[in-house]
Design a protein around this ligand. Sequence first.
Ligand code: GLA
Length: 676
Amino acid sequence: MSHVHRFPARITGEDGAPQFYYGADYNPEQWPREVWDEDITLMQRAGVNVVALGIFSWARLQPTADTWDFEWLDDIMDRLHAGGIRVDLATATASPPPWLTTAHPEILPVRRDGVILSQGGRQHWRPTSPVFREHALALVTALAERYKDHPALIAWHINNELGCHNAWDFSDDAARAFRLWLQDRYGDLDTLNKAWGTAFWSQHYSDFDQIIPPRLTPAEGNPTQLLDFRRFSSDALRDYLRAENEILARISPDIARTSNYMVTGDTPEMDYASWMGDVEFLSNDHYLLPTPDAIEELSFSAARCGSLAAYKPWWLMEHSTSAVNWRSVNPPKRPGEMARDALTHVAHGADAVCFFQWRQSIAGSERFHAAMVPHAGADSRLFRDVVSLGEALTTLAPVVGSTLLPAQVAVVLDYESWWATDQPFLPSTLLDHHEQALAWYTALLDTGVRVDVVGPNDDLAAYKVVVAPLLHVVPAALAERITDAVHAGTHFVTTFFSGIVDEEAHVLAGGHPGAFRDLLGVRVEEFHPLRAGQSVTLDDDATGTLWCEPLDLDEGTETLRSYADGPFEGKAAATRAWRGEGSAVYVSTHMDWWYLAALASEIVSAAGAWADIDMPTPGSVITTIRRGADADYLFLIPRSPEADVEVGELEGILYGPTTPTITGTDVVVLRREHDV
Ligand code: GLA
């Protein structure tokens, strides 16, 4: 995986030292020009030094097929430059204008049930449409040529959240592209027929032209076709990213390129690990989920960004100052939460803190989405908090450019397993790969250690503990790498319904879990998924939900937990097999968090992993370390906004309160001289 990693030009403060990038999506086209001057004054007051500009401005830049209007963009670019504000300029291709969709309705995406999605929202385009591509790339070319030497420009922002709303398209364009993708993957029809298991239900293909995307069918479709379509859909968007990228690289090679990804728990569509060679620096958008483990999910997402960026700095391109507008009920953030969220991203390597958006709209779909300047105006608690966050980032400037220090413990997030377990016709449709990964991440945080979130292709052997829950799809090479890592000293943990199928989604027969049977020293003949509301009890009083199964243990496999009731009473529920310098742990049910944390703690201590700081209550804060040239920066992030946290007497406080007790939204950053 090539990851060039070229960062945008650094912005320096009065002392010449690099500063955090601080800013927002900026949509001046929604406002009269008088407001622009006030915007720039307020940006300066808040310490904003960068904006993402022009993201949804295609219709304004190209009002008809044959007319272009760059005057307003020239004007605002110049004004921003004069105000000392840099620009991450969007290629503006995310939302095609009505003249284009009216003239070319064949660019509109098609749903699985055949319904064509119309203009009137955004992202109403097919990733594989040659017509869309022709028009969009003409716009990219025009923008690149016009602004490549503009002094305000520090980055190109390719499209916007590729795959937001249009990740899956079942159109004829998609069908054509899918066939080519399949030819590339399988070479010939024989291989494809075998891979897809088309002997089943009379699905044999005798010509590639007979293949279509998995459109709505009377009975549920072919599992390998479904999995391949998800792989294809992620690749098709990446292909489009490449098309824009190539133009920018050719015309404007001096400016760093990014595209804002969505590494977050509610966006499973894109496998970003395979997209990292296609941007020069990673940027991510993250919106807090309305769940009890929202801060852990934020941290999980940021940790994945850290490893995707190869532990180098990345950009937080969007998050929200307060409420969003696209859930059924959208409460605001509590005071302190905005800064806590922003600094949690910084803790995991973000060198940019940006929001959607600068000024809250008064018209359009996102009128009720919070912004840096709210409807109430600059005389508001929210804007004052925005100014304080800008000041906090100035205090934290020594952290800029430092790298994220890898942890000793990692959780694996695997998109293929996420996709393959998000299908019908499985032993249970209640399984959620991301949810399982997050549950283990949370349990591991409870032990007080730092935890990375990695992909299956990352260097797993670098970790003392690797937890890969619901790692369902396991190609032979992955099983081999994990086995080698264990023999070399890694303690590997996996759970129910893992190691069950290969990359073609074919079951590895001979007793489950086929890919890990020898490594784990267990064998399962029949799964026993639990219905919603059903549970079993383990001998440590843990409640097990979702799954249970009868484990047959090889000689030497130890029992860590047993079933105390249910169909497998007295049989092993969790096991450990020692292999070489390491071990392999198997957990056959979903344990509730208190007990999962206890098990995680046993595993972490057996592996000799340690917390970087002793807290009066271990696990009450999330810790990360950013390593600078001559010091480490240790971040402490409280996990519960309602509860105060006792941190004791801390030394070397660079940022945050100096009291032994902090509130649930205070982030503390300690500076420690290198001990290496
Ligand atoms: C996404 C988009 C933005 C905006 C926000 C609102 O992240 O990129 O344009 O719609 O959502 O949360």
